[in-house]
Design a binder for this molecule. Structure first.
Ligand SMILES: Nc1ncnc2c1ncn2[C@@H]1O[C@H](COP(=O)(O)OP(=O)(O)OP(=O)(O)O)[C@@H](O)[C@H]1O
Length: 241
């Protein structure tokens, strides 16, 4: 039932999914899920372990042919995915990783590397880069394709706290420049509030809470407004402090 469509009109949602179902045997992992993402909107997805976040992301990425449903399934053709590990090819230099499969795109690849702060590292091998730098390359590889939809599955989950904060600043900058729609899976509630326009909480394959984040930038975790949103999201996640 997956209908991947390209060239969506501006007033249409980038993602429009209704009644999405995914089962593994008897286990219902996505339970008639509805989700819309507007053009340029940044949505963060929280949920406890096993709630179906990665399953949803894989479905939207077109990596799962066994999703079912009776409703609508509209996802753009031009989707990029970033995972927790950079998944760079170890035998290809950094620039070649970025432009892999794109003919004549070296100049664009260099620009993307400069955008993520890696100008001059084009000829490095992936194993010569730190974890944070490798994730920067993964972001450059996604953005050089100018995706309509960027799907990110805990992209900063393996990074140290300081590098993660720097990556937040970078991702905000890249999103402002390229304006993809984004779905970011994260376990980090503060990360979701810092980055997203809207945070949704998944539980047992359904969206059980949603927060539009109206806080002005830069978003500061010590602000009372930030703390109030955090507290509501933690409630929705079943965490009481
Ligand atoms: N290939 C599979 N076969 C059987 N069950 C699976 C398979 N993939 C996922 N599941 C089950 O589906 C449920 C949802 O998995 P999913 O990876 O989407 O959760 P998640 O919310 O991303 O979890 P986490 O935060 O731990 O990464 C889990 O209970 C998992 O065991």
């Amino acid at each position: 039932m997956a209908t991947h469509t390209g060239g969506l009109a501006v007033d249409r949602a980038t993602v429009e999914v209704r009644g999405l179902v995914r089962q593994y045997g008897d286990r219902v992992v996505l339970d008639g899920l509805d989700l819309s993402i507007k053009p340029g909107e940044f949505v963060a997805l929280l949920g406890k372990s096993g709630s179906g976040k990665s399953t949803l992301l894989r479905a939207l990425a077109g990596l799962d042919y066994d999703v079912q449903g009776t409703g609508e399934f509209v996802v753009p053709a031009n989707v990029s995915v970033v995972f927790q590990d950079s998944r760079l090819l170890p035998w290809a230099r950094v620039l070649d990783n970025v432009v892999l499969g794109l003919r004549g795109a070296d100049e664009r690849g260099r620009q993307s590397l400069a955008e993520v702060g890696l100008a001059g590292r084009e000829k490095a091998w992936p194993n010569e880069l730190s974890g944070g730098e490798q994730q920067r390359v993964a972001l450059a590889r996604s953005l050089v394709r100018e995706p309509e939809l960027l799907l990110a599955d805990e992209p900063f989950g393996a990074l140290d706290a300081l590098t993660r904060l720097k990556m937040h600043v970078l991702l905000r900058k890249l999103c402002a420049a390229h304006q993809p729609s984004v779905l970011l899976v994260t376990h980090d509630v503060d990360e979701s509030i810092v980055l997203a326009d809207r945070v949704i909480v998944l539980d047992e394959g359904r969206i059980v809470a949603e927060e539009s984040i109206e806080l002005s930038a830069p978003r500061n975790p010590t602000d009372p407004g930030f703390a109030a949103v955090r507290s509501r999201l933690l409630d929705a996640l079943g965490v009481s402090l």
